[in-house]
Write a protein that binds this ligand. Sequence first.
Ligand SMILES: O=C(O)CCC(=O)C(=O)O
Ligand SMILES: [Fe+2]
Length: 267
Amino acid sequence: MAKALPLIAYTDLESQVEALERDGYAYFPSMINANEVAKLKATMDRLEAIDGNFDRHDKPQNSSGFLNKIINNSFNRDPIFMQYLDKPPMIDVLEQVHGADCHLIGMQSWLTGPGRLNQRLHTDWLPINLPEDVATDPRVKIPIFITTVHYYLNDMYQELGPTNFVVGSHRSGRSPDDENEWQGGQEMSILCNAGDVVVFRSEVWHRGTANTSDEVRYLLQVHYAQRMITQKFPPYLNRFQFDESVLAQATPRQRRLLGDHKGGAYD
Ligand SMILES: O=C(O)CCC(=O)C(=O)O
Ligand SMILES: [Fe+2]
């Protein structure tokens, strides 16, 4: 069983950015309180999957054998999610690493029930494949193109299926190939509390692990990227529509994160 990942909360922007650059992730404890966690979970329970949005709702009794509910574009499904678009201090870190014109590329509510299996260790996206000696050369600094923010809504323990990370593995220059360590560093589990947040870059080696408990794990995933990377709001070919009441309550910063950009190259 993987060891617990040491979770260090850096409190200034510079150290938080350095953590993402050096370790591949940054940790933010107690970002949402117990009352907000309960409200979010209740909303996630209520939301129904929409096929055209690439949502999923596998139930224990069907082929997958476990609850797996994913609601894409959650920001568009209930006003409760808007505050998680630009929650400080994470948003300041994201704007620092992706640029002041960065945007949201996706937001998912994700429920994984007992019986969920181990994922394979993976990168979510490897922007540039490099020989290891190049990738680890201190002169080479790969920009952070995509990050994911995980809002954990349970107190995490091994049986509930934490996310495992290989610290620093984004500097390998590749995706893992049936490996579970890099340069002697083993994968370790994020055993944080409900309301805690972990932000990670897309190339760090990680995986979701098996849920062998009798509880459902609730996770809110929010994905951000440099503006040049396209937003992923299915259904495509212009069939996605913003809910007007969502846009009406959005602040200018939230509107930009949703894609209300100034014109630029290629526009
Ligand atoms: O479930 C998790 O904790 C992580 C999931 C993940 O990494 C993925 O689906 O790409
Ligand atoms: Fe992943």
